[in-house]
Design a protein. Structure first.
Length: 202
């Protein structure tokens, strides 16, 4: 366990410190599609490595999801992106915020029903599509720290990862629905054995 925690600390330190942080901040697509998701994953991993008092946070639920969505929306705004690139302390706040988002998602998602997870996936995809359209169709630089080419590139790539997550959730929902339908049919036959006997007699 100590080795895992040491590896986690090293991974976080490498991600948030130069030269890796400078490389990721150098492009809008790398900043939004690599650094932010990587920090969220590291936050989830930190929640697994450092066992959290889950019962104490059992009531987070929807509040944690709203916090995660609000955080992602905030750091996709052009003004926030510029501040994270130009101001070191804002960049560190973003790092801490994304780690916290990962931790909160680890606490809340396993306790949420599948329908709520689908809503989260649909909203996240819609948010990514909206931001992607804005950056993709911009004819002038929206962010002062990124060129127009980098913004259009980020707009093209932004919906892809969240679209993959949504497709995974949709496939999972179809699988659960099929399994539930099969289970319901089996239970109906068990509750009505006469139907089974009549079919066998034929």
């Amino acid at each position: 366990m100590m080795l895992q925690r040491a590896c986690w600390v090293i991974c976080v330190a490498v991600t948030v410190c130069p030269p890796v942080d400078s490389f990721l901040d150098g492009s809008m697509s790398r900043h939004m599609l690599l650094q932010m998701p990587l920090l969220v994953v590291l936050g989830c991993a930190g929640g697994l490595i450092w066992p959290l008092p889950r019962l104490q946070f059992a009531s987070l639920g929807l509040s944690a999801i709203i916090f995660a969505m609000g955080s992602m929306v905030f750091w996709m705004l052009p003004r926030s992106l510029d501040a994270a690139v130009t101001n070191t302390w804002v960049d560190q706040v973003m790092h801490l915020n994304m780690l916290t988002v990962g931790c909160f998602l680890l606490l809340s998602l396993p306790r949420m029903p599948f329908q709520a997870k689908m809503v989260f996936g649909i909203y996240s995809l819609a948010m990514a599509l909206t931001a992607g359209v804005v950056y993709m169709t911009a004819v002038v630089p929206v962010c002062t720290t990124s060129s127009l080419q980098h913004q259009n590139e980020a707009g093209d790539l932004l919906p892809l990862p969240l679209g993959a997550v949504f497709l995974a959730l949709f496939g999972r929902g179809a699988f659960l629905l099929t399994a539930f339908s099969d289970t319901g049919a089996d239970e109906s036959q068990m509750n009505h054995p006469t139907l089974v006997h009549s079919s066998d007699s034929r």
